[in-house]
Ligand binder design. Sequence first.
Ligand code: FES
Length: 157
Amino acid sequence: MTTEFKKETLEEFNEIVKRYPDKQAATIPALHLMQRDQGYITDEALEYIAGLLDLPVSTVHSTVTYYTMFYREEMGKYVIQVCSTLSCYILGSKNIVEHIEGRLGIKAGETTPDKKFSLIKVECLGACGTAPVIRINDDYHEDLTIEKVDEILDNLK
Ligand code: FES
């Protein structure tokens, strides 16, 4: 796997950087572009971005590891993020995690052997008013029940 942006992605990156007062401020967009291209952020990709932004590798590493939206390893086709923060927890996120673990045969933090699903617990997804909430790739699913979770997973099978 290459660790550099594709040619068209580099052009996109150069356009994005122009919107910021300095290029270091484009760290998160740069990481999004890399993850979009490669699926996750390798050590080599992280070093490449640090070089592009004239930042220490440790700074980019800190950003990648702070945000749960950035992945450090290959993930499944569907990444299921289950909010485990207070509102969702009180309204049953623990049961949802356990139910999904049972259905997929994996634990939170793992990916199914066929690389179809990854399951991770995350902090607040910013939709506390409709807890409990999961996010699958870019889609939010709110006001969840176990039945709704089953319906969602059935539609992804
Ligand atoms: S606590 Fe779950 S979305 Fe905020």
